[in-house]
Design a protein around this ligand. Structure first.
Ligand code: PMV
Length: 334
């Protein structure tokens, strides 16, 4: 086992992107593929060693200031919500690689945690990547995935890890739960329009809601998952060929199946319908449902009309790039 001493090292800053689910949510939890894209709003995290036995954390965007914990007590006692993923990521990393020096971590986010862009998984990935760099471990993307995914499961209990994969690999990915397969897609451009519903989705509760439905109506739900899988396969081909008309049609079909799983909401339905009425090729919710964001596809020419329509029913249009670079080192010296 590799061990580290208290030697002072230069701070490391890394950043990782947020994510947006394009196709296949919920079914992905049960072994079917999904398509996720990394979005161009990033989480930044800086780590440096401390001459103490403490982890100290500052994450102002989630109201964590000067939080500290002894390294050998990580994961024990009270943990503020905004500190959980980073604290458990440090714990998992140091259990594997025995970190002996104290650590000071600071984060800065370009996106609000309310959007559902995956700020928790981005900060988890940043933590593991930054520690790997700080201690010169040269962990592979898959090793970073495995430790980050373990962290997400430790904190949240459920999830496929698609958000972790997007934060690490970037671009757009065909993804299977637990990272069993992570295949980068060849996409030039993705004319997606994003509307935020103003309501925070409760991912874990929605996963449980779908699980309850699957218990009551196993055949119905399994059939929905299979149809979602077929949509994902066709959507992969369509977006790789830049056939957005077809991809849009598939989004609307995917939305219909998500509605049958009871995970849409009135607000999301209104935004999706408004986008379609304004000429979008298609639209659907993105992520667990219940709130967070919807997405629509339309060429540049039709974008303003779709955006206005989404705003007219109370949605907030979020202008972000998609298909962006995954986790990266920003600087080794500040
Ligand atoms: O709510 P989000 O954006 O984290 O998306 C959840 C997507 C699910 O498929 C429902 C769960 C998962 O981890 O894949």
């Amino acid at each position: 086992m590799k061990q580290f001493n208290n030697a002072a090292m230069n701070p490391i800053t890394v950043s990782a992107p947020g994510k947006l689910m394009l196709f296949g949510e919920h079914a992905v939890v049960y072994g079917h593929p999904c398509i996720v894209t990394a979005v161009g709003q990033r989480m930044f995290l800086t780590v440096q060693t401390l001459n103490s036995k403490l982890l100290t954390l500052n994450s102002p965007e989630v109201n964590v200031t000067n939080y500290s914990k002894l390294l050998d007590q990580l994961g024990e006692g009270e943990m503020p919500k905004g500190a959980r993923f980073i604290e458990i990521a440090v714990k998992n990393f140091s259990e594997k690689y025995t970190v002996k020096s104290g650590l000071q971590i600071t984060t800065r986010s370009e996106f609000a945690s309310t959007f559902g862009f995956g700020s928790s998984s981005a900060s988890t990935v940043c933590t593991i990547k930054a520690l790997s760099e700080l201690f010169d471990l040269k962990l592979s993307n898959k090793e970073i995935f495995d430790l980050s995914y373990k962290t997400v499961l430790d904190v949240q209990g459920k999830g496929s890890g698609f958000d972790v994969a997007a934060a690490i690999y970037g671009g757009s990915l065909l993804f299977f739960t637990g990272g069993k397969e992570i295949t980068p897609l060849t996409i030039n451009h993705l004319p997606v329009i994003i509307g935020y519903s103003g309501i925070k989705a409760d991912t874990v509760r929605l996963i449980e809601k779908v699980a309850e439905k699957a218990e009551k109506e196993p055949e119905v739900v399994e059939d929905i998952y299979k149809r979602i899988e077929q949509i994902v396969e066709k959507a992969k081909t369509a977006i790789e060929k830049s056939d957005f008309e077809e991809a849009g049609k598939l989004m609307t079909e995917n939305q219909l199946l998500l509605s049958q799983l009871d995970v849409s909401s009135e607000k999301l339905d209104a935004m999706i319908q408004a986008a379609r009425d304004a000429g979008a090729y298609g639209a659907k919710l993105s992520g667990a449902g219940g709130g967070d964001c919807m997405i629509a596809l339309r060429n540049a020419q039709g974008k303003p009309a779709v955006e206005k329509a989404i705003e007219r029913v109370g949605g907030q249009v979020i202008d972000v790039e998609t298909n962006v670079e995954g986790v990266r080192v920003e600087n080794k010296q500040m």
